[in-house]
Design a protein around this ligand. Structure first.
Ligand code: PLP
Length: 467
């Protein structure tokens, strides 16, 4: 493709993107396709000769797009969102145009220094301690793995990296509501899934610290080495918050690494009125939140903060001859702050987003989302046929349909059917979870383009789909 063709098709694509967003509400949020329908509809062999852009783009429109779930549809109310926004999309365009690989300072000084700057901004904007240093990882899963590996190394005096585990069996603790990425990190870090100790939660799905201390003590007595506690600030099922201060005191008492997973709800810390959830943050070693979830920054962008950056770097650094430069002691080489060597220029989109909205604009949007969720909560509160299943701390509400005529055994099934009926309309997309064994629908009000009218429409849809 020559530069003139690139210019032509580039303009076409920007128009396409603008039209897509203008008309997105006409598309079904979740596509109505069967497994392998898309696959079988595509040419099964790569073309021998190159094809024109128009042919490829036509296939995109007719064969790919019908199989896409529209995450940026305002009534994508499922999982947690992966919010995009126009400034972020434009920055991603520039990032791909530059095609820079930002593993070291020298491989793109501006990318490294912008990363340091925006991470300082984010740290201060969300009320985190000044001692934290930040780095952008791809996901919260990777960030949790980095924490567990750093804890593993620091607590073993960096011996496991050198010579393996020896006879030590390490233990990591999280609540029964923690995200599955912690379990995955246990597998990858070689600690073993069975050494992840799940701590009970209270009626609000928040970690019971008495149970935590009890399990730590009994593990020590049995010869295990407690390594790390992972607390969640905003669990995936219901956005419950673990008591950071109480957990922090226990970690300090027993010399245990403390990681906080605020992947989703961390964005709410932009608001002063939410900062009480951070009480005890001074005990925390590492903290992660994902601007790619609720802060309007295209996937992927995970803001990872670490108190002792030397421990992180000592865990991950490698210095083969071909990467050495004269400046290595003076600059950040982010390849040594995590797992991957090659790194995308993710700081640019974050910088665009923060500058576009401004800190007040971001706060305003987050407040709006919390307000929209309260509108749905009011509807649910006022309808005796619906039951709210967990406290609403941010902008996720868990509920179920529970009219008087149903017995407990029927309720799960009826709610599964309600969810399927709602999603089959294509007019909204919700997902579910189980809370203390009970099936619950999750309604997440945090899409970039969500407006109040969408909440009213969603409520009318729920009403029309119930039996
Ligand atoms: N932690 C929590 C609390 C989450 O809700 C999620 C995903 O929803 C994750 C971690 C994993 O996030 P990522 O996809 O960035 O790895």
């Amino acid at each position: 493709m020559n530069v003139e063709n690139f210019r032509l098709h580039g303009h076409e694509l920007i128009d396409w993107i603008a039209d897509y967003y203008e008309n997105i509400e006409e598309l079904p949020v979740k596509p109505n396709v069967e497994p392998y329908e898309v696959f079988n509809n595509l040419k099964q062999k790569p073309p021998k000769n190159g094809e024109s852009f128009n042919v490829i783009f036509n296939d995109f429109n007719h064969k790919i797009l019908p199989g896409i779930t529209h995450w940026q549809h305002p009534k994508f109310l499922a999982y947690f969102p992966a919010n995009a926004s126009f400034p972020s999309i434009l920055a991603e365009l520039l990032t791909s145009a530059l095609g820079a690989q930002c593993m070291s300072w020298i491989t793109s000084p501006a990318a490294t220094e912008l990363e340091e700057l925006v991470m300082n901004w984010l740290r201060d904007m969300t009320g985190l301690p000044k001692e934290f240093s930040g780095v952008i990882e791809d996901t919260a899963s990777t960030s949790a793995l980095c924490s567990i590996l750093t804890a593993r190394e620091k607590i073993s005096d960096y011996k496991i990296n050198e010579s393996g585990f020896g006879n030590n069996i390490y233990r990591i603790y999280c609540s029964e509501e923690a995200h599955s990425s912690i379990e995955k990190a246990m597998k990858i870090a070689g600690i073993g899934r069975e050494n992840l100790v799940k701590i009970k939660t209270n009626d609000e799905f928040s970690m019971l610290t008495e149970d935590l201390e009890h399990k730590i003590l009994s593990d020590i007595q049995s010869g295990y080495k407690p390594l790390c506690v992972v607390a969640t600030l905003g669990t995936t099922s219901s956005t419950a918050v673990d008591p950071i201060e109480d957990i922090g005191k226990i970690c300090k008492k027993y010399g245990i690494w403390f990681h906080v997973d605020a992947a989703y709800a961390g964005t709410a810390m932009l608001l002063d009125e939410m900062r009480h959830h951070l009480k005890g943050i001074d005990y925390v070693d590492t903290y992660v939140f994902n601007p790619h979830k609720w802060m309007f920054t295209n996937f992927d962008c995970s803001a990872y903060f670490v108190r002792d950056k030397e421990a992180l770097i000592k865990t991950f650094d490698i210095l083969p001859e071909y990467l050495k430069t004269d400046l290595d002691t003076k600059v950040n080489n982010y390849r040594d702050w995590g797992i991957q060597l090659g790194r995308r220029f993710r700081a640019l989109k974050l910088w665009f987003v923060i500058r576009h909205y401004g800190t007040d604009g971001l706060k305003e949007k987050v407040k709006q989302h919390i307000n929209y969720a309260s509108i749905m909560k009011d509807y649910l509160d006022k309808d005796p046929d619906f039951e709210i299943m967990a406290p609403m701390l941010f902008n996720l509400i868990c509920f179920r349909y529970n009219p008087q005529n149903l017995i407990e055994e029927e309720i799960d099934l009826v709610n599964k059917e309600l969810l399927d009926t709602i999603n089959a309309t294509g007019k909204a997309f919700l997902t579910h979870t189980k809370l203390k064994g009970k099936f619950a629908l999750r309604f997440v009000a945090s899409n970039t383009n969500l407006e109040e009218r969408h909440i009213h429409e969603a409520w009318r849809l729920i009403q029309s789909c119930k039996q």
